[in-house]
Design a protein around this ligand. Structure first.
Ligand SMILES: NC(=O)c1ccc[n+]([C@@H]2O[C@H](COP(=O)([O-])OP(=O)(O)OC[C@H]3O[C@@H](n4cnc5c(N)ncnc54)[C@H](OP(=O)(O)O)[C@@H]3O)[C@@H](O)[C@H]2O)c1
Length: 337
């Protein structure tokens, strides 16, 4: 089977590097084009860890050049920058997996929480790339809105219980992320001195991932649950732990519901003890644990924010879009110890 040529735009960032690392060893994809806003360096000048392994030239990002070299492009760019490229690439018949938020939300919510949308034409055709809910649609998509990291861990934890939830009860999500979740640009809270041996909530009840979680839960359940989302920053490089507090209508066997829901899932592992970040770091797995006191459920989910929360999920989506096995090239062994 001939290999499929792919491009990465935003190769200098954290998720860009993870895409390179996955795609270097991918059995069916070849990286033909990598780009940043300026180009003019080699991949190992951008990322010294790639020296002697991957030395490809980095280009100044140009959609027309992408179309000459690749049939699918990963956009590892900030929101707004991504939609400019996606629009042009789709018109040039290049499939797109966008890691940014640009195509994740309905128009009104996007413009309320991000900025004016500059590619309304393609927004409605974008498929939300969570394979556990949209596998068939992903297989036929040209444009994937790769889910956010917090929404991935939160939605996967809550999903099995949606039919049983008390519709009057708010959902509370307490989430914690490693610092790489914010990307490579330095912010005051990401300074070593600010986060080392520290932990704090940020943007409580007003983080941009709250509307993403609420919208997807509404679309799946046809009910607008009240979602209260509180993210925290942890002094870790990577990893994400999400605690969801749910109320059911009746007393259910939550462990049985969770096990049954994910019985055939490739990249969700149902655990019998509370989950931990390290067992998922370096992999595409989402680990989930549930326990209950009557109708009150505690659901705990863990992912690697850079992989299941971004780059490996993006490659799973690309695999599905190209008719490949979803597991092709996807990391499954955790960085342990
Ligand atoms: N970090 C995570 O855990 C995570 C998880 C899920 C989703 N995401 C999303 O994924 C996207 C990338 O995140 P990240 O963490 O990798 O960010 P990052 O580390 O800040 O990298 C973004 C890269 O985009 C490049 N860039 C910016 N504007 C560009 C342009 N106009 N043309 C070409 N390249 C441009 C920048 O490279 P140069 O300035 O060097 O050109 C930068 O290296 C974001 O939308 C983010 O929200 C991130």
């Amino acid at each position: 089977m001939p290999k499929i040529d792919v491009a990465i735009i935003g190769a200098s960032g954290y998720t860009g590097l993870e895409l390179i690392k996955i795609l270097i060893n991918h059995p069916h994809f070849t990286i033909r084009y990598i780009a940043t806003s300026e180009g003019g360096v080699s991949a190992s000048e951008l990322h010294p860890s790639l020296a002697c392994v991957f030395e490809q030239d980095v280009q100044k990002a140009d959609a027309k050049e992408v179309a000459k070299h690749a049939t699918l492009a990963f956009l590892a760019l900030p929101h707004k920058a991504a939609m400019g490229f996606a629009k042009e690439l789709l018109d040039l018949h290049v499939k797109v997996v966008d890691l940014s938020a640009d195509y994740r939300l309905e128009l009104e919510a996007y413009e309320k929480h991000y900025c004016e949308h500059e590619d309304k034409e393609h927004l409605s055709e974008a498929v939300y790339g969570l394979p556990e809910i949209h596998k068939a649609r992903i297989q036929n998509a040209r444009l994937i809105a790769n889910p956010g990291c917090y929404p991935t861990a939160s939605i996967l934890g809550i999903l099995p219980f949606l039919p049983y939830l008390n519709k009057e009860a708010p959902i509370f999500i307490d989430a914690k992320s490693g610092v790489s979740g914010a990307g490579k640009k330095l912010t005051p809270t990401a300074h070593f001195v600010a986060i080392n041996e520290n932990m704090f909530a940020y943007n409580p009840l007003k983080h941009r991932h709250e509307p993403e979680i609420a919208e997807k839960l509404r679309q799946i359940s046809a009910h607008a649950f009240e979602v209260n989302f509180i993210p925290h920053l942890l002094p870790l490089t990577r990893g994400m732990l999400v605690s969801s507090y749910l109320q059911t209508d009746e007393t259910i066997d939550a462990k049985a519901v969770l096990r049954a829901y994910y019985a055939d899932a490739t990249f969700v592992r149902v655990r019998e003890t509370p989950v931990e970040i390290k067992a998922t770091a370096g992999t595409n797995f989402c680990d989930i644990f549930v326990t209950q006191k009557g109708k009150s459920l505690f659901v705990s989910s863990a992912i690697d924010n850079l992989l299941r929360g971004a780059s490996s999920q993006a490659v799973v989506n690309a695999n599905l879009m190209c008719g490949l096995d979803e597991t092709a090239g996807i990391p499954m062994i955790a960085y342990v110890p």
